[in-house]
Design a protein around this ligand. Structure first.
Ligand SMILES: Nc1nc2c(c(=O)[nH]1)N[C@H]1C(S)=C(S)[C@@H](COP(=O)(O)O)O[C@H]1N2
Ligand SMILES: [Mo]
Length: 187
């Protein structure tokens, strides 16, 4: 809406997406890479890179807010909706959360309902190009309505759970709810 502010409180706009992560950028081998989805689901799946790329995709433009106070506006992410993955594996009624795990060991987690929002993507492209490896290629989670530590790069597995498992930064003092509009930075 026109009269709603575009920038969450305490944020400033930057033009280029910075590169920010713990650890190393992982090597990618399309022959060996897979995405595993399991836990509280009726149909656990292991998808190859080609299978992921063959799923219905969308381009969704959203803003990206890091807890360290920078925001990159108008990111045109190219990928598949998280809801597409959920439809494939059919989470049970008990699955109220999901943990997302990455090459290198980074994790984050979110309520299932938040992940099913239409702007939540598993993305392989940004602004008309394939993601650069340092920005998460081949696959990164994008959760525009949360601080960017929820937008895990190099996703390799998704586990649906009954209880929420704390992610990497969430276990180190950062807010688990991570809503930039309510400035939920620290727990
Ligand atoms: N695997 C992994 N994903 C991650 C991180 C990380 O350390 N490891 N850092 C998060 C944080 S804190 C931010 S701000 C964004 C930064 O994304 P960018 O490097 O593409 O700008 O990635 C998020 N995803
Ligand atoms: Mo961040």
């Amino acid at each position: 809406m026109a009269d709603e502010p575009r920038l969450p409180p305490g944020q400033h706009v930057i033009d280029e997406l910075p590169v920010l992560h713990v650890g190393e950028v992982p090597a990618f081998d399309a022959e060996k890479w897979d995405l595993r989805i399991d836990g509280e689901v009726r149909h656990p799946r292991r998808l190859t890179y080609d299978e992921v790329r063959a799923l219905p995709s969308v381009i969704d433009t959203s803003d990206f807010h890091c807890v360290e106070s920078w925001s990159r506006l108008g990111c045109a992410w190219d990928g598949l909706r998280f809801s597409e993955i959920a439809a494939l594996v059919a989470p049970t009624e008990r699955a109220r959360f999901a943990t997302v795990g990455c090459d290198g060991g980074y994790t984050t987690s979110l309520p299932r309902a938040d992940l099913l929002e239409p702007d939540v993507l598993l993305a392989w492209g940004l602004d008309g190009e394939l993601l650069k490896p340092e920005h998460g290629f081949p696959l990164r989670l994008v959760v525009p309505q949360k601080y960017a530590y929820k937008s895990a790069k190099w996703v390799r597995w998704i586990r649906f759970t009954c209880e929420q498992e704390l992610g990497y930064w969430e276990a180190r003092g950062y807010s688990n709810s991570a809503d930039p509009w309510r400035e939920e930075r620290r727990a």
